[in-house]
Ligand binder design. Structure first.
Ligand SMILES: [Zn+2]
Length: 462
């Protein structure tokens, strides 16, 4: 079997691995390149294998950097099955149309501003392509062996990380009736975080493709609940509104869970919370609905008829009219809105209104990439430009670290610990190169493994 790294080779986005076996070909993950323009341009590069001749796609999870190229693939004539877990399929029904909407919006904006190289600027895909991709989804339960092709089968293993996330174990027949197992870690989740069940340990395989996003780092050892409680209390004392920019998938639900838990324990007062993100509202409903994904505590709460991520003090504002009503509220109150790095979405309206008020607080709860408004605010800029207008920053800007959907290096070692056998080949993907190198050294020191770190476009025979 041949494997070509079409994404997440010495970088963290665009996850896509082309598998070729005799006449058969498939992709494991089908992600979009995100971030710097040089990366995003790769989304326009033709695949080395025509999309219309691909037989199937297997997805580890719904994050756009693992799934967002699907509409583009459909647009290029791909019509095979896309295997994923049921929760991943449900999330994709929310995320892919939104991704298409963003593509169309960006093209419209580029045409208006005249900065595109294409004349006119074109979206990578449109809503119709996203809908075509959604029709190809084939949900498969965790743990069920499924034939991908005669001689190749796969199954999903629970991976925590986000709702529906999985690792993929793939077995192919080789000469002499033997089978060769390739294990794709996908994005590895964390232990002891709320709502979702923990990752299933790596069982062992012939080949292991493992991510290394946090291959060189440990998460903040402080309990994020305590940091959150301190900062919420300080914000309440200031008397204004607490704005929290948060990713709609997972971070929003984790936050809601923790805020509820802190209020129940009496560590923070119960104040109104507003969830002002149409996507966040939909994904929170999905996080509530997929009970098979829940950990013991979440199940218990639901059995007691109380939903920690939809508590009584939570209000939701699906329409823009509802959202505008939030402009009149006074503190203390919490508004959670997307996007998490303040790059777009409704959070911008709230920032424009609340940043000039010294009683208000803006709390960032995730990584802020370079070049984003979130990063500029965290770095203490005194004014930021929003919708073409300079806004003075007088609100308190704070950050809660330690909230992440990715395992850190210690947690990845825990994930590997219970294996029944060692892989004979280890391939490190999905990480910045320095993080991957550090992780390769850790794997060598702790487990005696030698690993490879392929570049984009590298092909290997497994
Ligand atoms: Zn992910």
């Amino acid at each position: 079997m041949k494997l070509t790294v079409l994404g997440a080779g010495r970088c963290v986005t665009g996850s896509k691995y082309l598998l070729e076996w005799q006449q058969f070909s498939a992709l494991v993950d089908c992600g979009l390149f995100q971030g710097p323009a040089a990366h995003r341009r790769l989304n326009w590069k033709p695949l080395p294998h025509p999309a219309s001749r691909l037989d199937a796609v297997v997805l580890t999870h719904a994050h756009i950097d693992h799934s967002g190229y699907l509409p583009r693939l459909a647009r290029q004539g791909f019509s095979g099955p896309v295997y994923c877990t049921s929760a991943t399929a449900a999330l994709l029904r929310v995320l892919l149309p939104d991704a298409a909407h963003l593509q169309e919006e960006e093209a419209r904006y580029a045409n208006k501003e005249g900065y595109s190289k294409h004349q006119p600027a074109l979206p990578l895909f449109r809503l119709a392509d996203a809908r075509a991709a959604l029709r190809l989804l084939r949900p498969i339960p965790f743990g069920t062996w499924t034939d991908l092709h005669p001689g190749i089968r796969f199954r999903f293993h629970r991976q925590g990380h986000i709702l529906g996330a999985a690792a993929v174990e793939l077995k192919s027949k080789v000469a002499g009736g033997q089978r060769r197992t390739v294990y794709f870690s996908g994005d590895i989740g964390r232990y002891g975080v709320p709502i979702l069940r923990e990752p299933e340990s790596y069982p062992g395989s012939d080949v292991l493709l493992i991510e290394a996003t946090y291959g060189d780092r440990r998460h903040d050892p402080r309990d994020p609940r305590e940091v959150l409680a301190d900062q919420v209390n300080a914000a309440i004392k200031r008397g204004g509104v607490l704005l929290i920019p948060a990713f709609a998938v997972d971070r929003t639900q984790e936050l809601l869970y923790m805020l509820h838990e802190l209020a129940v324990d009496g560590d923070i007062p119960e104040i109104p919370i507003w969830l002002d993100s149409p996507m966040g509202i939909e994904t929170t409903a999905l996080y509530s609905r997929f009970t098979s994904e829940h950990d013991v505590e979440m199940r218990q709460s639901l059995a007691e008829q109380s939903n920690p991520i939809f508590p009584a003090n939570l209000g939701v504002t699906p329409t823009s009219r509802d959202s505008r009503k939030l402009n009149d509220i006074k503190g203390p109150a919490i508004i959670i809105s997307a996007s998490g790095m303040a790059t777009g979405g409704r959070i911008l309206h709230h920032l424009k209104l609340r940043l000039p008020g010294s009683a208000n607080t803006v709390m960032f709860v995730g990584y802020q990439a370079e070049g984003t408004k979130g990063r500029r605010l965290v770095e203490g800029e005194e004014k930021v430009k929003i919708h073409g207008q300079w806004v003075p920053v007088r609100a308190q800007i704070t950050q809660v670290s330690g909230l992440s959907a990715h395992a850190d290096v210690e947690e990845m070692l825990v994930w590997l610990k219970r294996r029944e056998r060692d892989p004979d080949r280890v391939v490190i993907v999905h990480g910045e190169y320095p993080a991957q190198q550090a992780f390769a050294e850790t794997l060598h020191r702790e487990l005696g493994w030698t690993s490879e770190i392929p570049e984009l476009g590298d092909t290997m025979t497994l």
